[in-house]
Write a protein that binds this ligand. Structure first.
Ligand SMILES: [Zn+2]
Length: 281
């Protein structure tokens, strides 16, 4: 009898032990952190975060790199550094060797690599229904917000032109896994997906989640993760404090820094506007 009890104890202990290890693996995967050690000026970090380059310019740089067999992210990095992080139109004089092989350039490159490597699709899919409605968004990076005290807007809001909760499906822009899910006072029903190269893609104010979405779940780019809504700005289950929209945030985790480093998604969204999956809705 005593032996059986002992066996049960040992068995329970072993199961619990491996559970803890597996869960730990699941929820604390190694996050690819970017190192800011060489980007000491807050002004510079602000400019990088603005991501101020038109979609047309990104396209041109990408084409040029393809034709000339160059590493796109490396070239993009040097181009941004040379133009003080503001590019309206691309100059056609490419003879100059842009990339300076410095630690500074490498730090900046790690930021762009983390953001740009994994993005595949626009977060709103195309509808198979031709009479589907429109959405719109504008560049509202750092515009003023007042709920919960004066603060700045670190994302892009994609608005439903008819303001109807639950109409637009939201898809994941990247492969990755669900790092965070659940209610936030500011973000309402939100999902945070961590992509392979370290980017954190934050989708907020959802009406509801897709079925079976839970922490740790593996996600493929193009998977539906939820539906556009207007949840947030209050206790759990608060809806309707503002118009129906998706708040999209893109952030990086920075080594030795507690807060996330948010990047303006506006031009990135413009750049991927034509890369949509098709969904029945
Ligand atoms: Zn927003």
């Amino acid at each position: 009898m005593k032996k059986t009890v002992l066996k049960i104890y040992i068995f329970t202990f072993i199961v619990a032990f491996f559970n803890v290890i597996l869960l730990d693996r699941l929820y604390n995967r190694n996050i690819n952190e970017v190192d800011f050690i060489n980007i000491e000026s807050p002004m510079e970090a602000d400019k990088i975060a603005e991501f101020s380059i038109t979609d047309k310019s990104i396209d041109e740089i990408k084409d040029y790199c393809m034709k000339n067999n160059l590493d796109f992210i490396k070239f993009f990095t040097s181009y941004m550094i040379c133009n003080n992080y503001e590019v309206d139109s691309v100059s056609y004089d490419y003879n100059e060797e842009y990339y300076k092989d410095s630690d500074y350039a490498k730090s900046v490159e790690s930021i762009y690599r983390a953001i740009l490597s994994d993005i595949e699709y626009f977060p709103i899919p195309n509808s198979t229904n031709e009479t589907s409605r429109n959405y719109w968004y504008c560049n509202s990076w750092k515009s003023e917000r007042t709920y919960g005290g004066n603060r700045k807007h670190y994302g892009t809001d994609i608005m439903d032109s008819k303001n109807e909760r639950g109409y637009f499906p939201i898809i994941s822009m990247t492969d990755g896994y669900v790092e965070k899910i659940g209610w936030l006072e500011l973000g309402g029903w939100r999902v945070g997906i961590r992509a392979e190269h370290g980017g954190y893609f934050y989708y907020a104010h959802l009406e509801k989640y897709a079925d079976n979405l839970k922490q740790g779940k593996k996600i493929k780019a193009g998977d539906i993760i939820g539906y556009m809504g207007n949840s947030g700005y209050g206790e759990e289950g608060t809806y309707g404090k503002f118009d129906v929209h998706l708040h999209l945030g893109i952030a990086l985790t920075v080594k030795d820094r507690e807060d996330e480093f948010w990047i303006n998604p506006y031009w990135i969204l413009q750049y991927i506007e034509d890369t949509k999956v098709k969904v029945d809705y």
